[in-house]
Ligand binder design. Structure first.
Ligand SMILES: *[C@@H]1O[C@H](CO)[C@@H](O)[C@H](O)[C@H]1NC(C)=O
Ligand SMILES: *[C@@H]1O[C@H](CO)[C@@H](O)[C@H](O)[C@H]1NC(C)=O
Ligand SMILES: *[C@@H]1O[C@H](CO)[C@@H](O)[C@H](O)[C@H]1NC(C)=O
Ligand SMILES: [Zn+2]
Length: 449
C-alpha cells in the first residue's frame, strides 16, 4: 500500500516536472531572450532590470572602515572594480553623476563644475534645471526614447526634461534631502510590486552620504565611519526587499559612488596674493579657487590679443609658483585649458574657463590670508589621486560572481547599462568593447573566467 502511494507520488512529481519544463520552454519562446538566443534566466521578471545606487562621496576603501556586511555580500557574489571606480575630472558631484548617466566627459555633457559662469555668455550655472546646460543623452532619456520605463529617485540632471523624458512626478520625484533613506529605499522597492508589465526597466537611487559627513569632518572621522555603516544598512534594506520579492538574483544591482574625499586643512594653502611679485591677480578674475582654480581674466578693451595675455599670465604664475619663494607653490600648476594633460579631457568646451589650475591633493587655494581657519574634507581634485576614487560593484544575472575587474573610468557605465537593458546607446566616451570585459554574455551567473 505504502509502496503504491510512493510510486504514484513519484509519477505525479515527474508529470509536474515535465509540465513545468514545457511551461518554462513555452514561456521562453515569447520572452525577450528568444530574440537574443540567450537562455532566459528569470523566473519572476520578464525582462532585464537595472537598479543603480549612488552613495555620494563613498571613497574607495571606506568599506574597510567598519563592518559592511551588505556591501560585502554584493562584492562576494558580484563583480567589483578591484581598486575602485575612477571619477572624471573635476571630481565633483554634478559632473560625475552626469558622466555616469551619459557616458560623456564633462566637456561634452556640459556640466563642467557644480557651479560655474559661462565665459562666453556670462550666464551662471548653479545646479539649475534649465535644459540648455544639460547636454548629451542620459540613461533615463535613452530608456524613455526607446519606449522603456525609467525611475529616478533623485539623480543630478534627472529632473531636466529632454526628448521623451518629461520627468513625470510618479517616476521622477524632485530632489528633497529631507526624505529619509529608508523612505527612498522603500519607495524604489515598491515599483517591484506593480503588475509585471509596469515594473520599470531602469531605476536609480541616490544617498547624499557619506559625502555630507566627509565634507564636514574629513574622511578620517568617526562620524564618517558611522555614515558608512548607515549606508551599508540601506544597502541591506534594498537586498532584503529584493529577496522578499524573490528577485534579488534577477535584478542587476549596480552600487557606485561619484568620487572620494580627502582631508583639507588651511595649513596647506596657496595664496594668490603671494604671486604679486610676479603678477597681480584681482579676485574678480577668479571663478573658483579650489579644488580647481578656474580663471577668466578680464583684460581691458585695449588688449588686442587676450589669448596671448592669458599665456603670459600662466607663464608668470608658474614662474612664481615654482620659484621656491611661494608657500606651497609647488602644489599648484596653472595651464591654458588647451594645454591641460590630455587624460583629463578638459578643454573642448567653451564653458571651461581659459585658465585652469591643478591643485595638489588636499591643498586649498585662497586669495589672501584673511578668513577662516579650519580643517574639513573636499573632492574635485585631479582624478589621478587614489583618494578621489569611489566604488563600483555589479550584482545580478549579468555580473559574474566573485569577479574583480581593473579600475575603470565612470564614463564606461553608460554602455554597460545600455547593454544589459538592450538599449541602443547614444554616442558617448565609453568603449563599446568594455561591456564584454565586465558583463557575462549569457544570463547565467557563473564561475570567474
Ligand atoms: C520633503 O520631504 C519631507 C519629508 O518627507 C516632507 O515633509 C516635505 O514636505 C518635503 N518637501 C517638499 C518641498 O516636497
Ligand atoms: C582677501 O580676499 C577677499 C576675496 O577672496 C577680499 O574680499 C578681501 O578684501 C581680501 N582682503 C585683503 C586684505 O586683501
Ligand atoms: C566624447 O564623445 C563625444 C560625443 O560622441 C565626442 O564628440 C567627443 O569627441 C568624444 N571625446 C573623446 C575624448 O572621446
Ligand atoms: Zn558627490
Amino acid at each position: 500500500m505504502a509502496k503504491t502511494k510512493h510510486v504514484m507520488y513519484l509519477k505525479l512529481s515527474l508529470t509536474l516536472l515535465i509540465l513545468a519544463h514545457v511551461l518554462a520552454t513555452t514561456n521562453g519562446l515569447d520572452s525577450p531572450s528568444s530574440k537574443t538566443g540567450r537562455p532566459w534566466p528569470f523566473k519572476k521578471l520578464n525582462k532585464p532590470v537595472v537598479l543603480m545606487i549612488s552613495c555620494d562621496g563613498f571613497r574607495f576603501g571606506y568599506q574597510f572602515k567598519t563592518d559592511t556586511p551588505n556591501i560585502d555580500l554584493l562584492i562576494s557574489e558580484g563583480t567589483e572594480a578591484k581598486s575602485g571606480l575612477i571619477p572624471v575630472f573635476p571630481t565633483m558631484t554634478f559632473p560625475n553623476h552626469y558622466s555616469i548617466a551619459t557616458g560623456l566627459y564633462p566637456a561634452y555633457h556640459g556640466i563642467i563644475m557644480n557651479s560655474f559662469t559661462d565665459p562666453v555668455t556670462g550666464d551662471k550655472f548653479n545646479k539649475g534645471l534649465d535644459p540648455k546646460w544639460w547636454l548629451g543623452e542620459p540613461l533615463w532619456v535613452t530608456a524613455a526614447n526607446q519606449g522603456r520605463k525609467a525611475v529616478t529617485y533623485f539623480w543630478p540632471g534627472s529632473e531636466v526634461p529632454k526628448d521623451s523624458w518629461t520627468c513625470p512626478k510618479e517616476l521622477c520625484p524632485h530632489y528633497n534631502s529631507s526624505v529619509t533613506f529608508e523612505e527612498r529605499v522603500d519607495n524604489v522597492l515598491s515599483y517591484f510590486d506593480l503588475p509585471q508589465s509596469d515594473i520599470p526597466d531602469f531605476l536609480m537611487l541616490y544617498f547624499d552620504q557619506p559625502d555630507k559627513e566627509g565634507h564636514e569632518y574629513g574622511p578620517d572621522d568617526p562620524r564618517v565611519t558611522a555614515a558608512v555603516g548607515r549606508v551599508d544598512k540601506m544597502i541591506g534594506r534594498v537586498i532584503q526587499g529584493l529577496k522578499k520579492r524573490e528577485i534579488f538574483d534577477e535584478v542587476n544591482v549596480i552600487l557606485l559612488g561619484d568620487h572620494g574625499m580627502v582631508t583639507n586643512c588651511d595649513m596647506k594653502t596657496i595664496y594668490i596674493d603671494d604671486l604679486a611679485e610676479w603678477v597681480k591677480i584681482p579676485a574678480d578674475w577668479i571663478n573658483a579657487y579650489s579644488p580647481v582654480l578656474a580663471m577668466n581674466p578680464k583684460w581691458g578693451k585695449d588688449v588686442k590679443n587676450p589669448s596671448e595675455k592669458n599665456a603670459e599670465l600662466v607663464a608668470k604664475m608658474n614662474e612664481g609658483l615654482s620659484s621656491g619663494k611661494v608657500e606651497n607653490g609647488e602644489f599648484l600648476q596653472v595651464y591654458l585649458k588647451e594645454k591641460l594633460p590630455k587624460r583629463l579631457h578638459y578643454s573642448e568646451s567653451s564653458r571651461i574657463p581659459p585658465i585652469v589650475g591643478m591643485v595638489g591633493e588636499g591643498l586649498i587655494v585662497r586669495q589672501n590670508r584673511t578668513g577662516v581657519h579650519e580643517c574639513y574634507g573636499d573632492h574635485g581634485y585631479d582624478n589621478k589621486y587614489f583618494s578621489m576614487r569611489s566604488i563600483f560593484i555589479g550584482h545580478g544575472p549579468r555580473f559574474k560572481q566573485g569577479k574583480k575587474v581593473p579600475s575603470f573610468e565612470n564614463v564606461q557605465i553608460y554602455n554597460v547599462v545600455a547593454e544589459i537593458l538592450g538599449l541602443r546607446p547614444a554616442s558617448n566616451n565609453g568603449s563599446s568593447l568594455f561591456t564584454r570585459s565586465i558583463l557575462s554574455s549569457s544570463g547565467e551567473t557563473g564561475e570567474v573566467d
